[in-house]
Design a protein. Structure first.
Length: 86
């Protein structure tokens, strides 16, 4: 993975509440999975986005298929990312 892509992904990392089948995309989770050699798919999601809602079940069904079961889904909630932290 190039340093540019890695730094971009790490800049997006934020723990957010997510549905089943996905882990919050945090720096700790990303680095842990990377050290384990687990393939990672980072999904940037917004509840109001029709494309995001449409692709969620497709991605989930793909990850349940045998060739893709090792892939770990990490999600970044777009709206949560924009909310100011208190």
């Amino acid at each position: 993975m190039s340093l540019l892509i890695r730094n971009f992904l790490l800049s997006l990392l934020l723990a957010v509440p997510l549905g089943a089948g996905a882990e919050p995309c945090t720096q700790t989770a990303f680095e842990r999975l990377q050290k384990e050699g687990t393939p990672i798919l980072v999904s940037i999601h917004a509840d109001w986005c029709p494309t995001c809602r449409a692709q969620a079940p497709i991605v989930q069904s793909l990850l349940e298929q045998n060739p893709y079961r090792r892939i770990q889904l990490l999600r970044v909630d777009f709206d949560e990312r924009l909310r100011p932290r208190v």
